[in-house]
Design a protein around this ligand. Structure first.
Ligand code: NAP
Length: 347
């Protein structure tokens, strides 16, 4: 970390990396425990909820709530109890000794006695034309969040893995037709999920096909999509190589991406924190075998999607955020007790 220029002398009790629903929930709990947490807002402040319009399945909002509004409320709530927020992307972490040290992209360094990693997972994007314009307006990466807005629509699901099957099956409850668009002619999904999708009368497949462009506007939402097909699969690669592809424009009211997520844990790559092969953090059970949010590095906790490739819901992220703050609080109390009973070593 020699290139870092500015070292802050303050050692924070708790630094929370990430300001999505998991980070905010951790901030509310840590702040109410008088730990004065510092929340780092990274490149996607507010996390994935800021990409959706209305959230209808978060407990306590019978009429639903806007994703942005939910996040802003959470931030105000955390601030009310003493949490502070700063923009900063962590480039690297040094966790071999405490206090931990974080180096931010701007060169600034921060120190923390406990670290809550709530940096989330980012949906992978296809890169189709008009994506940026229409995300949240008929283009979504979460059927559970946005599926109910597509009653009676024809919708596309992009991807061929378990997520795509799951999204398609969920959407089939609302939409008239669901078409799974997959770039090859063989699914990656597990057989059981593939079979359920194949057997569903409202679900169709378009093989060897990719999404090239989305049509519509923020006023009208998604109204159509241009698809490209090549009989040998991977049509966009073929098109880039100059090979001819078939191109068709279809009328659809919604497009759902399900081509995987990437957990934002790259900044931990030089540390001992255990990650699985996709980068998701592992948390470990306590001495009685009960689940906790602590990673294999003592004092480092994980909350939300960064440790959850399975549920990935706002409400579950909020739950694990509160758990991480409670675990961090208990950890800091143990540290204080240990410090108080460790005899001072004289020079
Ligand atoms: P995944 O298994 O990595 O599948 C991603 C799919 O998207 C693949 O079919 C891939 O095509 C396609 N894809 C990737 N990049 C693309 C691009 N740029 N354009 C078009 N298509 C693209 O991801 P996942 O489905 O999210 O699943 C992640 C993990 O969670 C898996 O282990 C899965 O089993 C698990 N999961 C389980 C369940 C369940 O059991 N209920 C539900 C959801 C997820 P190729 O096949 O050609 O690579």
């Amino acid at each position: 970390m020699s290139e870092a220029t500015d070292t802050t002398a303050t050692v924070h009790d708790v630094v929370i990396v990430g300001s999505g629903v998991a980070g905010l929930s951790a901030a509310v709990y840590a702040a109410r425990a008088d730990l004065e947490p510092l929340v780092l807002e990274g490149p996607e402040p507010g996390g994935q909820l800021t990409l959706t319009t209305d959230v209808e399945n978060y407990l306590g909002f019978p009429e639903g709530i806007g994703g942005m509004e939910l996040i802003q409320n959470g931030k105000d709530q955390a601030k009310r109890f003493g949490a502070t927020f700063t923009h900063g992307t962590v480039d690297r972490a040094r966790l071999e000794e405490r206090p931990f040290e974080l180096e931010l992209a701007n060169g600034e360094r921060l120190q923390a006695r406990a670290l809550i990693v709530a940096s989330g997972a980012s949906a992978r994007w296809v890169g189709a034309e008009n994506e940026d314009e229409l995300v949240g307006y008929g283009l979504s990466t979460c059927a559970t969040c946005d599926g109910a807005f597509h009653r009676g629509d024809d919708v596309l699901v992009i991807g061929g893995g378990d997520s795509a099957m799951e999204e398609a099956l969920f959407l089939a409850k609302f939409a008239d037709t669901v078409t799974i668009v997959h770039r090859r002619d063989e699914l990656r999904a597990s057989e059981i999920m593939a079979e359920r999708a194949r057997d569903h009368e409202a679900i169709e497949f378009r093989w060897n096909t990719e999404l090239e462009a989305l049509h519509g506007s923020r006023e009208e939402g998604v109204t159509g999509a241009t698809l490209i097909t090549h009989p040998e699969g991977y049509p966009s690669e073929k098109a880039e190589e100059g090979v001819g592809v078939d191109r068709v424009t279809v009328d659809v009211g919604g497009v759902f991406y399900a081509i995987g997520h990437t957990p934002n844990t790259e900044f931990l790559s030089g540390t001992d924190v255990e990650r699985d092969e996709e980068g998701y953090l592992h948390t470990r059970p306590d001495d009685d075998g009960r689940p906790t949010t602590e990673t294999n590095v003592e004092g480092v906790f994980a909350a939300g999607d960064v440790a959850d490739p399975r549920y990935r819901q706002a409400i579950t992220a909020a739950g694990t955020g509160s758990m991480a703050a409670l675990d961090a609080e208990a950890f800091l109390e143990t540290l204080e007790r240990t410090d108080a009973t460790t005899p001072e070593v004289l020079p």
